[in-house]
Design a protein around this ligand. Structure first.
Ligand SMILES: *[C@@H]1O[C@H](CO)[C@@H](O)[C@H](O)[C@H]1NC(C)=O
Ligand SMILES: *[C@@H]1O[C@H](CO)[C@@H](O)[C@H](O)[C@H]1NC(C)=O
Ligand SMILES: *[C@@H]1O[C@H](CO)[C@@H](O)[C@H](O)[C@H]1NC(C)=O
Ligand SMILES: *[C@@H]1O[C@H](CO)[C@@H](O)[C@H](O)[C@H]1NC(C)=O
Length: 968
């Protein structure tokens, strides 16, 4: 026994040696070596999938996206990575996206080798702990579009070379410890003024100093947001700022700027939010006449004593907020100011406002708070009882007693609290760190905070703004097909920078927690600004909290399962053997050998997946494949979180169906044959062979299969909206109106027509039914489940004689009696599906057969053939059911007694197409690009974001990898 084991070990070592030799020969690409270096730098903190195999591309390491076996994107946001970023990264010459946001354990300096990544378009390192200078070599990244280094610990000055990034769109260096002055070009050295494509300069919360150079601004720029808040800039605001007319948000507040505000500032007519507060600006109140989109104006804590309150105050008709506390403002307030329709908040405290206060009889209905404390107001013309908060403490008027008493004491601080309420349900009581979602389901949410830097509003008590943000988030997730149950927003507040802080919780859909792919996707879209809120919220940064509860470690009941990860093993081994180093070393060596062996076998299996196919087990020869992937049992187990109950989405005679996701994020549906049952082996093989050959938009695509460890599984693309039966029965919550049913009928018919006429060899489905027609996110119908399908051979072009199989109610009576299966048998079943589409009844219900019921109910003389009794009431109003009679005609022809009386599928397709033309749908586009599944969205929400039209970082749908669309 012992010597055999010894031989085995020797053989394994030889295999390892051969494998490494192949490595040296360059059989595996050099990118693997770089990823190995990253793995070493990050040690235990790498995702567990990185411990499988040695080729990040082939072995599907989480967060790594490859194109032609070259690493093109690294997404490792919110992964709790610790360590530094090694210089090896510079060798990933094909890398386009490097996103490592929200890993506060990433430390050390940013390697200058990053400048070798010539193809990089997105460098997104938000919320890490990188320190030291920003490397000069960043200026070599000519393709860079998004550079987000915000919320780190970078020091030193902004490298002038950034001016060379001529494609740069988004520059965010906020919240670092940067010093020095802003680099501008001078003919020999580059500068920020050269970034004429940039729309965003976000440099707030640093220690930048010196003048804001006049040369920084020119009329070729296309800046939208200029955020310089909370730095140490001195000198005056250059008048060249007035040249950048595209500007929409200007924040120069919290600096030490002096002098007068340039008089041409009102050239910036598109500005909606302007913050010049907390400086030492002097002179007259700047003239903002003509800035008619201005929502939010904050000039507080400056000295504008050189003039009286200007008359144009009341001409800014978009104002929601006017803040000028402590500015030496003097004179009397115009009545018109309070009539501005959207006005919410006026804060003119600590000034020299005098005379009589007159709010008028009809102030803005939005007005919440007028703070005039510590001024020189002597009288108040009260036209009626106002509901607004008015503060007059510290004015002469409060020395007298009278009607104004209630305005002469400081209001008790009423902080606004908000939290997304439960959605018509009773919050669940959840243990173990689980949180009840707005839909009252327990789950582990992904948490973080939005920091909105320039919202258009100041009143935080308006709940509809949070609802609109929630809706736009949900809309975004649905569009991206990202499985989210709900989102919750809470605790709005203003921080010291006057950012609106809003906490966010995102709840996973149908699982207790997100998996790693989900988390890194969320971290990416929120740090890359892929999600764009509505215009009212404007620009934001997001910070994420650590996420600890990745999917595989959590069981259905929310009880953390016994950990099977490396750390668990380590703890057990460690405590058992105490200090016995030798035993540990042996154990490690053993594990190494074991793992290598597993790897070698896996490699073998992957190269010849059907080596294990047993031709004697009655399942026929090895399947003939094109494009279907072979998965090991371990892989599938991982993708489905150990076939967890939450991922179980259905069951049939064949076995269970599970949902899962591939490491690249693609959702999959796995059909797992009942364990231990060898029956169905033939069906299994048939389905793989057939499905791997058929490719049509109305036929469900096979991704691969698993034939390993006695298991038989089929891996399909996951079709989100489930079966047509579920939708017809109302279970799925998707409402199917007449138009949608027509489109679904056409799609399914085209799928079947493809199988009959275009597939080679032709395929008879043999089990057409509403349970086998799936609907994707756009409600495009897809024919599924080929377990009973039969290909027609050359010898049997018309029919096959075979044992009768199928589903009662859909089965062709002729086939049933003669055992002769033809294409027309599918046509019969499809006719039943068509009848089910209009009645939403099971083919056989309470002993009644749908075909007979419809035939009997028909009275061709009447409108809609008098079918009102049997029609599905939710199909729509009678007057809109154009073409229904034709539809019924076609379906009844499909269910004729004998096959030769039934039309072929090609004719059925044509008939449905002409019905669609009749109702005004375009059949050439409709069956594929159907309307989206129309989840309810609150109407009237403005998704019109200032940069929503920039397609540049638009996320083009699909769940990872997010594609970056380049400008032009
Ligand atoms: C530009 O600035 C650099 C560094 O300050 C200086 O060496 C160079 O002479 C300047 N070039 C011109 C044309 O002024
Ligand atoms: C101001 O905004 C409008 C509307 O968005 C836009 O059409 C116009 O080009 C902008 N003006 C400038 C100077 O960018
Ligand atoms: C403010 O600017 C407008 C338009 O440029 C001008 O007509 C007006 O006279 C200015 N007002 C003051 C007080 O300077
Ligand atoms: C209000 O202040 C202005 C400027 O100091 C002054 O000219 C004016 O006379 C004052 N009005 C009243 C009613 O005191």
């Amino acid at each position: 026994m012992g010597s055999r084991n010894g031989q085995l070990v020797v053989i394994i070592f030889i295999q390892i040696w051969i494998a490494t030799a192949q490595n040296r020969d360059g059989k595996f690409n050099s990118f693997s070596a770089v990823l190995q270096a990253l793995k070493e730098a990050w040690q235990k903190s790498v995702p567990p999938s990185w411990n499988v195999g040695s080729d990040p591309c082939r072995d599907s390491w989480e967060g790594i996206i490859c194109t032609n076996s070259r690493v093109t994107s690294i997404y490792l946001t919110s992964m709790q990575l610790t360590g530094g970023l090694p210089g090896d990264i510079g060798q990933l010459s094909e890398l386009q996206i490097l996103a490592l946001s929200y890993n506060p354990g990433l430390t050390g300096s940013l390697t200058p080798a990053i400048g070798n990544l010539k193809k990089l378009t997105n460098l997104v390192l938000v919320g890490c702990s990188f320190s030291g200078p920003i490397p000069d070599t960043l200026g070599n990244l000519e393709r860079l579009i998004i550079l987000s280094l915000n919320s780190n610990r970078f020091t030193g000055s902004i490298p002038a070379s950034i001016g060379n990034l001529k494609n740069l769109y988004w520059l965010d260096l906020t919240e670092n410890q940067l010093t020095g002055s802003l680099p501008v070009s001078n003919g020999t050295i580059p500068g920020l003024d050269m970034l004429t494509h940039a729309k965003h300069f976000h440099l707030g919360d640093n220690q930048l100093s010196g003048n804001i150079p006049p040369r920084l601004f020119n009329s070729n720029m296309s800046l939208l947001h200029l955020l310089f808040e909370n730095n140490k800039f001195t000198g005056s605001i250059p008048s060249t700022l007035g040249l950048v007319r595209s500007l929409e948000v200007v924040r120069l507040d919290r600096n030490s700027l002096t002098g007068i505000v340039p008089t041409n500032i009102n050239n910036l007519i598109n500005v909606t939010e302007m913050f010049l507060s907390n400086n030492q600006l002097t002179g007259q109140v700047p003239n903002f006449t003509g800035m008619n989109f201005l929502n939010y104006l904050d000039l507080s804590n400056n000295d504008f004593s050189a003039s009286d309150i200007p008359s144009w105050f009341s001409s800014l008709q978009s104002l929601t907020t006017l803040k000028m506390q402590n500015t030496n403002l003097q004179g009397q307030l115009p009545v018109g100011l309070f009539n501005i329709p959207q006005l919410q908040n006026v804060d003119l405290s600590n000034n020299k406002v005098n005379g009589t206060l007159n709010i008028g009889s009809n102030p803005s209905s939005q007005l919440q708070l007028v703070d005039l404390r510590t001024n020189e107001i002597a009288a108040f013309t009260q036209r009626r009882q106002y509901t607004i908060g008015l503060i007059l403490v510290g004015n002469p008027i409060c020395m007298e007693s009278g009607v104004t008493d209630k305005y002469c004491s400081l209001p008790t601080n009423t902080s606004t609290s908000y939290s997304t309420p439960p959605n018509n349900c009773v919050p669940a009581s959840c243990g173990l760190g689980l949180v009840s979602s707005p839909n009252c389901k327990c789950a582990y949410p992904y948490r973080g905070s939005f920091f909105f830097k320039a919202p258009s509003f100041s009143w935080l008590g308006n709940t509809t703004i949070y609802e609109s943000l929630r809706d736009s988030l949900m809309k975004f997730f649905r569009k991206s097909q990202f499985p989210v149950d709900s989102v919750s927003l809470m605790n709005p507040s203003r921080n010291l920078d006057d950012y609106l802080v809003l906490n966010l919780e995102i709840f996973p859909s149908s699982t207790l927690s997100f998996n790693r792919t989900g988390i890194l996707w969320l971290g990416f879209v929120l740090s890359n600004q892929t999600f764009k809120p509505s215009k009212d919220f404007n620009t934001y940064t997001f910070t994420a909290q650590n996420y600890d509860n990745f999917l595989p470690e959590v069981s259905v009941e929310g009880r953390p399962k016994q950990k099977s990860s490396n750390t668990g093993v380590g703890v057990i081994v460690g405590s058992a053997v105490g200090g016995c180093v030798l035993v540990v070393l042996l154990a490690v060596a053993g594990m190494y050998v074991f793992r290598q062996k597993g790897r070698a076998e896996r490699a073998k299996q992957q190269s010849r997946p059907f080596a294990l196919w047993d031709p004697t087990s009655g399942s026929g020869g090895v399947p003939q494949l094109k494009g279907a992937r072979s998965f090991t049992f371990e892989e599938v187990r991982k993708y489905t979180s150990n076939f967890s109950e939450i991922n179980n989405i259905g069951a049939g005679g064949y076995g269970m169906v599970y949902r899962g996701s591939l490491p690249n994020g693609q959702l999959i549906a796995i059909k797992r044959a009942q364990q231990g049952s060898t029956q169905g082996g033939l069906e299994f093989k048939t389905e793989i062979e057939l499905l791997s050959r058929v490719h049509h938009k109305n036929v469900v695509g096979l991704i691969g299969f698993c034939f390993d460890q006695g298991e038989q599984m089929l891996v399909y693309e996951y079709i989100v909206n489930g079966t047509l039966k579920d939708s017809l029965s109302g279970r799925s919550g998707i409402r199917l109106d007449w138009m949608r049913r027509l489109k679904i009928a056409l799609g399914a018919a085209r799928g079947l027509q493809y199988l009959h006429d275009l597939a080679d060899p032709p395929i008879i489905h043999r089990d057409v039914k509403t349970n086998n027609i799936l609907l994707d996110e756009r409600l495009v119908a897809k024919v599924a489940d080929f377990g009973l399908s039969k290909p027609l051979s050359d010898a049997n072009r018309t029919h096959i004689t075979t044992q009768v199989k199928g589903t009662m109610g859909y089965m062709d009576p002729e086939y049933y009696m003669t055992q002769q299966l033809t294409e027309k048998s599918d046509v019969y079943s499809f006719g039943v599906v068509m009848l089910e589409l209009i009645t939403a009844r099971n083919p056989i219900e309470k002993g009644k057969y749908i075909v007979r019921e419809v035939r009997q109910a028909m009275k061709t003389s009447k409108q809609l053939y008098g079918l009102h009794e049997v029609l599905d009431p939710t199909i729509g109003l009678g007057s809109q059911l154009k073409g229904l009679e034709m539809f019924v005609d076609v379906s009844l022809r499909c269910v004729q007694e004998t096959g030769n009386q039934r039309p072929p599928m090609s004719e059925v397709v044509k008939e449905i197409e002409s019905i669609m033309e009749l109702v005004g749908l375009n059949p050439t586009t409709e069956s594929s690009s159907s309307t989206s599944a129309s989840y309810e969205l609150a109407p009237g929400i403005d998704y019109n974001h200032p940069y929503s039209n920039d397609s540049l970082y638009a996320y083009s749908g699909g769940f990872l990898p997010p594609k970056l669309i380049h400008p032009q």
